[in-house]
Design a protein around this ligand. Structure first.
Ligand SMILES: Cc1cc2nc3c(=O)[nH]c(=O)nc-3n(C[C@H](O)[C@H](O)[C@H](O)COP(=O)(O)OP(=O)(O)OC[C@H]3O[C@@H](n4cnc5c(N)ncnc54)[C@H](O)[C@@H]3O)c2cc1C
Length: 304
């Protein structure tokens, strides 16, 4: 698959999407790990890989560079994240232009978290954008990009209600979004409820569930806290029973994630998005447990 328009068209045709999220590393060692992971993921021929966008200038430049390298030097379709944090509209235009120049044709349009930290009030840049919807509109106005947005099965932490979130999601689509990816979550019912509520608001775009297999109990609890996701008690107890054995934790993480992924697909999810933290082992094992080979005819497979 060579362009974002292909991605939008393919999603429109109702194919299932399988994708992986990476982040731009800060060190050379991290960069080597990233590219090892990229090559392993490439063999699975996913629909796309996405690269997160940080708050600092240097990490933002790395996202542009890495997505460009993915577009140029691999068979993968890169999706570049972009946030409104600390940027004027002119600066956002420049980054979108840089992505386009690198032949990155799909952007995940996000607001970002408050620069002064989670739990503090969001204040946009004086010359910037207030909401992700505004960024969707800006990208849409600049060319034929494909646009993804964020969705929240347990509600966005600042949101007054799940209904409000569902309405916002439908409005993101009206503004030009083609698909959504969810925040990590651990209860299938939360995802199904979000999709039902979004559909009731008129949302028809694919809402792809975001999955993070547990590889480390403390780390997953930290991520759950940061994202506002509930790590269910019964699940936590299962992991605590094997907490002394890191290998057993990873194996249980794969088993739990594979079971959740299968239930999501059975419930009609249009695909799966794996949060990899730049490590491929668990996600590849989940992939294999689900019987998702490289050339099973799903969306993106074989279009290189
Ligand atoms: C898949 C995924 C990837 C992510 N990647 C990154 C990343 O790379 N870098 C990063 O910094 N962060 C990332 N995030 C985190 C994200 O930036 C935060 O969760 C942020 O707090 C919300 O972003 P948003 O795009 O949903 O914002 P918005 O859609 O703007 O929503 C933020 C809040 O405002 C409300 N809202 C939105 N529009 C309106 C409106 N018009 N009127 C009234 N209320 C409104 C929403 O209900 C919500 O409560 C990611 C999140 C997800 C789910």
């Amino acid at each position: 698959m060579s362009s974002a328009l292909d991605l939008r068209d393919a999603l429109d045709q109702g194919g299932r999407s399988f994708s992986f999220e990476l982040f731009p590393p800060k060190t050379e060692e991290g960069e080597r790990t990233l590219w090892r992971t990229v090559r392993e993921i490439e063999a699975l021929r996913p629909t796309f890989v996405s690269v997160t966008y940080g708050a600092g200038g240097s990490t933002q430049e790395r996202t542009v560079r890495i997505t460009g390298e993915l577009a140029r030097d691999t068979t993968l379709t890169p999706v570049a994240h972009l946030t409104c944090v600390g940027a004027s509209v002119d600066e956002l235009r420049e980054v979108i232009g840089a992505y386009m120049a690198e032949d990155v044709r799909t952007i995940l349009a996000l607001r970002g978290d408050p620069p002064s930290g989670l739990g503090t009030a969001w204040a946009p840049h004086p010359g910037g954008l207030e909401h992700a919807i505004d960024l969707v509109k800006l990208i849409r106005s600049l060319g034929t990009m494909s646009i993804g947005v964020a969705a929240f099965p347990e509600g966005h932490p600042e949101s007054p209600s799940l209904e409000h979130d569902a309405r916002i999601l439908a409005r993101k689509q009206q503004a030009g979004a083609d698909f959504a990816i969810t925040q990590l979550f651990f209860r299938v019912d939360d995802y199904v409820r979000l999709v039902d509520m979004a559909v009731a608001e008129g949302c028809t775009m694919p809402i792809i569930p975001g999955i993070m297999p547990v590889t480390d109990i403390k780390q997953i609890q930290r991520f759950a806290d940061l994202s506002g996701a509930v790590f269910p008690k019964a699940l936590a107890e299962r992991f605590h029973q094997v907490a002394d054995d890191p290998e057993a934790v990873i194996e249980l993480g794969v088993e739990v994630a594979a079971d959740m992924c299968q239930r999501l697909l059975d419930a009609g999810a249009p695909g799966l998005h794996f949060y990899t933290l730049n490590r491929s082992r668990s996600t590849i094992e989940v992939y294999e447990a689900l019987g998702l080979g490289a050339a099973d005819g799903r969306l993106g497979a074989g279009t290189g």
